[in-house]
Design a protein around this ligand. Structure first.
Ligand SMILES: [Zn+2]
Ligand SMILES: [Zn+2]
Ligand SMILES: [Zn+2]
Length: 302
């Protein structure tokens, strides 16, 4: 299941999703906390802010790896160093909370390389809500009047009905985060849904497991699960298990985890096929899995 970073993949059939961070907004250990998890010696109990990297190789470009990042939290620089990240094709954002956007400035060196390679600023795909916050918080980057010469060479782009990078299509999946509608992402045989408190009925249609369709099911589902105690804008472990079992992906990984959940103890209590993710974990999925309405249409056409 796990694959080392930088491992060579069979072009155009499999991709790797790497967890850069699996912690909640405060990170684990939490500052000034001496609880069992914050003082644990298990490296899987050290969780940076949530983010994932998606990497694959196109059959037509076997020498170049495609790399897409989801969210740039406050730990992005450390995470990028740990993953030896040297190139980025695009960043996709889920929403505008600090633990998902505050690493934007650390895209600067990668954005300069991106511009040198492609002649274009690095695209950041955002909802209208995220765009408004980004333009405010990072006005020195996005304002047309900005005179800051060392700003990131990035451009905010609309998500629309999806984003295509190389041959991989990233489709937005609407989820609720408290009262806020935010963006989950479905791509190939994987889906990444973080900061979820509810999944609208219509979004379940984009999230088929293998039991529904052998070609179209999810290999990898990532869901956030903060803790056992209810929270107004995050799922509990029990809620995440219920959704995971309904969707039926081959493997579900939980992320955005607080210091209430020790890795080993919690994992022992989870049903088969559901596990807590950890920082640095890499999992594979199929690039070419069909899904959602396109899979259903193909079925009808047969
Ligand atoms: Zn968050
Ligand atoms: Zn703690
Ligand atoms: Zn959030």
């Amino acid at each position: 299941m796990s694959a080392a970073a930088g491992q060579s993949l069979t072009p155009s059939t499999r991709a790797v999703l790497r967890f850069l961070g699996t912690g909640t907004s405060m990170g684990v250990p939490t500052l000034a906390c001496d609880c069992e998890v914050c003082t644990s010696a298990d490296p899987r109990d050290r969780r940076l802010r949530p983010s994932v990297l998606v990497q694959w190789t196109e059959a037509t470009e076997p020498d170049r790896q495609r790399t897409v990042l989801i969210d740039t939290g406050p730990d992005f620089r450390e995470q990028a160093l740990a993953a030896d990240l040297r190139e980025l094709d695009a960043v996709l954002y889920t929403h505008s909370h600090a633990d998902h956007i505050l690493g934007l400035d650390d895209l600067r060196p990668l954005s300069y390389l991106h511009q040198a390679r492609t002649g274009e600023p690095m695209p950041l795909y955002v909802s209208e809500e995220t765009r408004a916050v980004m333009e405010h918080v990072f006005s020195y980057t996005f304002s047309p009047e900005s005179t800051y010469s060392h700003r990131a060479r990035v451009a905010l782009r609309q998500i629309g009905d999806g984003v295509t990078i190389g041959s991989l299509r990233f489709e937005p999946v609407t989820v609720l985060h408290g009262a806020m509608e935010i963006v989950g992402w479905r791509f190939g045989g994987a889906a990444y849904l973080t900061d979820v408190s509810a999944i609208p009925e219509a979004s379940f249609a984009q999230l088929h497991g293998l039991s529904d369709d052998l070609n179209g099911g999810l290999d990898v589902l990532v869901l956030s699960a903060l803790r056992h105690k209810p929270h107004p804008s995050h799922a509990t472990v029990a809620q995440a298990i219920e959704w995971a079992q309904r969707i039926g992906a081959r493997q579900t990984w939980l992320t955005h985890i607080s210091h209430d959940l020790g890795h080993q103890v919690t994992n022992q209590s989870l049903p088969k096929g559901i596990e807590l993710a950890w920082d640095g974990l890499s999992v594979e999925f199929r690039l070419n899995a069909e899904f959602g309405s396109s899979a259903a249409q193909n079925k009808q056409a047969e």
